[in-house]
Design a binder for this molecule. Sequence first.
Ligand SMILES: *[C@@H]1O[C@H](CO)[C@@H](O)[C@H](O)[C@H]1NC(C)=O
Ligand SMILES: *[C@@H]1O[C@H](CO)[C@@H](O)[C@H](O)[C@H]1NC(C)=O
Ligand SMILES: *[C@@H]1O[C@H](CO)[C@@H](O)[C@H](O)[C@H]1NC(C)=O
Length: 190
Amino acid sequence: MYTFNLHSLLSVLILVYLYKNCDGKRNWEWKPLSIVGETTNPSAMDMDMRIERVGRGEFFFSGTFFWNIDLDDSVLIKMQILRSHSGSEADYKLTPWSIPQQTFIEYIDTFYKNLLIANLGNCTDLPKYDSGYVPPWPKATFNFTRCGIKGDGLPEVLIDGFYRAKAIIIALPTVQQNITVTVRVTLKLF
Ligand SMILES: *[C@@H]1O[C@H](CO)[C@@H](O)[C@H](O)[C@H]1NC(C)=O
Ligand SMILES: *[C@@H]1O[C@H](CO)[C@@H](O)[C@H](O)[C@H]1NC(C)=O
Ligand SMILES: *[C@@H]1O[C@H](CO)[C@@H](O)[C@H](O)[C@H]1NC(C)=O
């Protein structure tokens, strides 16, 4: 079960944050369509990101993430992956790759450190904790400047369609921040 979840979260994170102009053994390629933030409380947490296309097929994302709450065990995160065959909104269905809710602090010491920061590197000033989370998490506007995309760890075989990765950060009672990335997956023509 743990292994399954680890693999799932790996896929989610990479879908959320990474794009690679893939030329390996994969039978598919993908194109980011949108990255959208939704918040219930912009004075507590907010996101403003955009996808930039450079040349014919290189994609980056840039923008800011505003964090203005204290981080403790009441701050939770969960992730979902949805797929739509047609791209129409009504057609998006949850896939089995959803990630159960956990505390954001647990997330920092696992996936954040091992995948997110490891892959993003220096395009962002998000805090880096090489040997474990040390409080406090800063209240800041974090910057992302042309974050480019590696993409290791994704499945080699996917069915085509529209995939949506949605991370939901919850800080009770009033803060909910959604981060939604939509990509289109097409099969490669050999
Ligand atoms: C975030 O996503 C959840 C699940 O899709 C939804 O119920 C909620 O209304 C969204 N929150 C915001 C702030 O849009
Ligand atoms: C990030 O920047 C630091 C300090 O400038 C440098 O030592 C490190 O190699 C860089 N990491 C990456 C992944 O570029
Ligand atoms: C993000 O950029 C702004 C403007 O340059 C700067 O004031 C701020 O300190 C940066 N954020 C972090 C976390 O370094």
